[in-house]
Design a binder for this molecule. Structure first.
Ligand code: NAD
Length: 274
């Protein structure tokens, strides 16, 4: 192994779903800076324009393709465009995901009233979006006998968090599926296809700000404070904290890491609270 080149992604083609969002746009920029050709798939057109501008400014070769990860035809179209432009695909990061305020229990919303369509939306976006992209891009990896998949799970996949049952369940499904697909790819296709997941802990982003920060009081919500109290490192994470782990999972330095779900959580999942 050439240790000097361990984080060198030169000439690799990396597809990142949800790559225009808060966490994955950071990944898109860093993968680009590390030499990869970056393909951002996202449903949000304005956000795609913004990340394209960033990548242009960084001089990163890239494509942005409006894609719905819940529509297999849309994913297949995107895959075809990438193959016709770059000829191959090396990396898939399944970042599209998230929660919805309507599926969050609270004083005004009991578990018994959580709307079915919103529960399904959260489940589909996190689990089916990952599953369908693994089908489309996983087939390309199977045909070329190599590829790396990183799914995005969450801390709540290990132990569910209060208030967000659909999101917790969907991310548990993502972790479970990551293990399943790792075994399936090795046994049926190639041991040069690796499948892992990252499980970010509490990173402060637009997705969860309403749950963690009390803008009026210029401080934390009770929930935000509880999280900090339960995080041995005593802080929320920053999107950049994910990057080094992702680069490691993409590098030959992790070539025996397969079917793993890696926590990036300041020790949250290691702490029993006692
Ligand atoms: P985000 O909302 O900023 O990014 C998600 C992106 O997915 C958005 O750009 C959105 O347009 C896109 N998207 C939504 N529906 C889509 C669809 N049908 N097809 C294609 N793209 C679609 O959220 P984020 O905080 O950056 O989260 C990114 C990932 O990290 C998600 O999977 C999230 O569940 C996970 N995660 C986040 C945290 C956190 O603290 N923010 C913690 C653990 C896991």
């Amino acid at each position: 192994m050439d240790f000097a080149k361990i984080n060198d992604l030169n000439d690799k083609v990396a597809v990142i779903t949800g790559g225009a969002g808060v966490l994955c746009s950071e990944m898109s920029r860093y993968l680009g800076r590390s030499g990869a050709k970056v393909v951002v798939l996202d449903i949000a057109e304005e956000a795609l324009e913004a990340i394209s501008k960033d990548l242009d400014e960084l001089g990163v070769e890239h494509l942005t393709i409006k894609t719905d990860v819940l529509d297999k035809g849309s994913i297949q179209n995107a895959a075809n465009k990438v193959l016709s432009e770059y000829g191959r695909i090396d990396i898939l990061i399944n970042g599209a995901g998230g929660n919805k305020a309507e599926v969050t229990t609270g004083p005004d919303k009991s578990f018994f009233d959580l709307p079915e369509d919103a529960v399904k939306w959260v489940f589909d976006l996190n689990f089916m979006g990952t599953f369908l992209c693994c089908q489309v891009f996983g087939k390309i990896f199977a045909d070329q006998d190599e590829g790396i998949i990183i799914n995005v799970s969450s801390m709540n996949a290990f132990t569910p968090l209060t208030k967000i049952p659909a999101y917790s369940g969907a991310k548990a499904a993502v972790s479970n599926f990551t293990q399943w697909l790792a075994v399936h790819m090795s046994q049926n296709y190639s041991t040069d296809i690796r499948v892992n997941a990252i499980a970010p802990g509490f990173l402060l982003t637009e997705q969860n700000r309403f749950l963690l920060v009390d803008e009026k009081n210029d401080g934390l919500t009770d929930r935000g404070q509880t999280i900090i109290d339960h995080t041995p490192m005593g802080k929320f994470g920053d999107p950049e904290d994910l990057i080094t782990t992702v680069l490691w999972l993409l590098s030959p330095g992790s070539e025996f890491v397969h079917g793993a779900v890696i926590p990036i959580d300041g020790g949250f999942s290691a702490y029993s609270g006692v």
